[in-house]
Design a protein around this ligand. Sequence first.
Ligand code: IPE
Ligand code: IPE
Ligand code: MG
Length: 243
Amino acid sequence: MASGMKTEQAGDGFPRHVAIILDGNGRWAKQRGLPRTAGHSAGSENFRKIAYYCRDIGLDYLTVYAFSTENWKRPMEEVRTIMRLLGKYLHEAIETMERDGIKMRVFGDVSGLPGELQELVARTNEISEHYDGFQANICLNYGGRAELIQAAERYARDFRDGVVSEPLTEERFGSYLYSAGIPDPDLLIRPGGELRISNFLLWQCAYSEFYFTDVLWPDFTTGELDRAIAAYMNRDRRYGGLR
Ligand code: IPE
Ligand code: IPE
Ligand code: MG
């Protein structure tokens, strides 16, 4: 599908928000006899390509899982390379995002990231406030359970301090999540062959449609995304009701 897809297909059934678990970088590298870090580098390049495509076909939001709260368990050298690549990506994005019409937000515990990365995240957020348009959310040092706990703690604090007095509703709780103000993902894609959620967007994916593929993330093309969206558009979303 070419990049005019939105005008032809937006509206009925076209997703507004797609989430992707960027998995399979290590295996992609292994298949080629390369170090795992080469897979992360290829994965980072692919994110750039897919993000532009998502903007072009008219999605409103793309949320990607780039580094989980559990990924710190990996060898220090691999973690360091991933952090360096994320820094490089954000640094380049800061130069081009406004021109390219891409807003960016980071979901996760930014305070646990290296100082340099924290500064880049702050700069990215600041630039994103100045314009509207397609938004890419990058989940960094993100865990679904950690997100729920920080939201519960912040709500409890606000309640104790009298900032809120109303009972807790799903809507109000959602406003304490990193994704506050953003509609839930319509479609969650996991490349890399694993059939699990790995602590991603546990609250927000309550009614998302799931799409799994064996294709490894660095090999995931715009054509694969078209296939996932086409599959999504054939789904019958009932939200517990009848049709
Ligand atoms: C995803 O690729 C990137 C991160 C989790 C940081 P992996 O590194 O998990 O790649 P595989 O699953 O080992 O192939
Ligand atoms: C999920 O992939 C996390 C990210 C892609 C950032 P993992 O490779 O960490 O997940 P598991 O360990 O296979 O569940
Ligand atoms: Mg993996």
